[in-house]
Design a protein around this ligand. Structure first.
Ligand code: NAI
Length: 331
């Protein structure tokens, strides 16, 4: 059985090839993203394997169906980039990797938080130029601060536990309160209360309810000088509103691993290009903003888990017609 991989990076090939013989699949790798133009590369493949910035809209899914594709395997947790209705209409199953390493993402959110606060990125560059001054590197104690967590699924839960370990007061907002977290001291509150914390971290999925959940109105509810971290999906944030809030000082620190228009930028070396996206350039010009290119998941452990679960999803579907890790909503 053949699986066509899109948006493939060298590390994908390394981790999937390690398992190739165990599963007995033919794996074909394409560097290009999956689009209507590239869908024909999936000819004779029963499965396609895609990543976060492959846009599987109705046209792309129709094109995959015409090539005979039976299953779309996302090698990621989020599935906001797939038109699930179009998949259902074409009888194509969609699976994902729901929890490959929640700790990888939660730990990275903490790494951004600490870097923004203690400015280790600036210190690293500074001492290499023999500038040993501390001016401009002042931070704050994270201990005793209030931390607001939006979305307490696998990743949000792991993040809450780390922040409790730092001695923070952790408040959370989710559509469903988590009893295990309540038992260890996390308080579930309405969104506006959670937005009033010293540090806010977003861990909910991107959907119709959460798109631009951070906007002019919700930013106005925040404490002046708040630290905002987003390792979930770029579309949770209205970038224009955040830029205005950074200019006014309402947002004091911004750490983003995801960006609404990231598919035109992330996972590529554009160091010799002229970037046409003025919003990301403006964001990167602030000294109190840290942008990383969707790397929170990027650990050895997570990549091993992603490749194992993805191939197992496809094998179960191929051999037994069962699919444990269906993208939600698709029954
Ligand atoms: P999950 O499905 O385990 O948890 C999501 C949580 O958000 C659930 O508890 C759900 O009830 C909650 N939620 C849903 N709608 C909500 C709303 N309107 N308001 C508040 N909470 C809401 O997902 P998981 O594994 O924790 O991942 C969270 C997100 O992180 C994913 O959707 C994905 O977009 C992102 N992610 C980012 C990665 C990166 O490398 N930067 C890697 C993996 C995931």
């Amino acid at each position: 059985m053949k699986i066509a991989f899109f948006s493939t990076q060298p590390y994908d090939i390394k981790f999937f090839n390690q398992l190739k013989d165990d599963f007995g699949f033919e794996l074909v790798y394409f560097e290009s993203a999956l689009t209507t133009q590239t869908a024909s590369l999936a000819a004779n493949a029963e499965a396609v394997c895609v990543f976060v910035n492959d846009k599987l809209n109705s046209d792309v899914i129709d094109a995959l169906a015409a090539e005979g594709v039976k299953i779309i395997a996302l090698r990621c947790a989020g599935f906001n980039n797939v038109d699930l209705d179009a998949a259902k209409r074409n009888g194509i199953q969609v699976c994902r990797v729901p929890a490959y390493s929640p700790e990888a993402v939660a730990e990275f959110a903490v790494a951004i938080l600490l870097t923004l606060n203690r400015k280790t990125n600036k210190a690293y560059n500074r001492v290499r130029e023999q500038n040993f001054s501390l001016n401009g590197l002042l931070g704050f104690d994270v201990h005793n601060k209030t931390v607001g967590v939006v979305g307490t699924g696998n990743i949000g839960k792991a993040f809450c536990k780390i922040m409790l370990g730092f001695g923070c007061k952790v408040f959370a907002f989710d559509v469903i309160a988590n009893k295990d977290l309540e038992a260890i001291g996390v308080e579930f509150k309405p969104l506006q209360d959670v937005l009033h914390c010293d540090i806010i971290s977003l861990h909910c999925p991107l959907n119709d309810q959460t798109k631009h959940i951070i906007n002019d109105t919700t930013i106005a509810m925040m404490k002046k000088g708040v630290m905002l971290i987003n390792t979930s999906r770029g579309g949770l944030i209205d970038t224009k509103a955040v830029i205005n809030a950074l200019k006014s000082g309402q947002i004091g620190y911004l750490g983003i691993d995801v960006y609404e228009q990231e598919e035109k930028l992330f996972f590529r070396d554009l160091s010799s290009n002229i970037i046409q996206d003025d919003q990301i350039q403006r964001l990167m010009s602030f000294p109190n903003v840290l942008v990383t290119s969707h790397q929170a998941f990027f650990t050895e452990d997570a990549l091993h888990q992603i490749s194992t679960t993805t191939l197992k999803n496809i094998k179960d579907f191929h051999e037994k017609g069962v699919l444990d890790n269906k993208a939600a909503f698709l029954v």
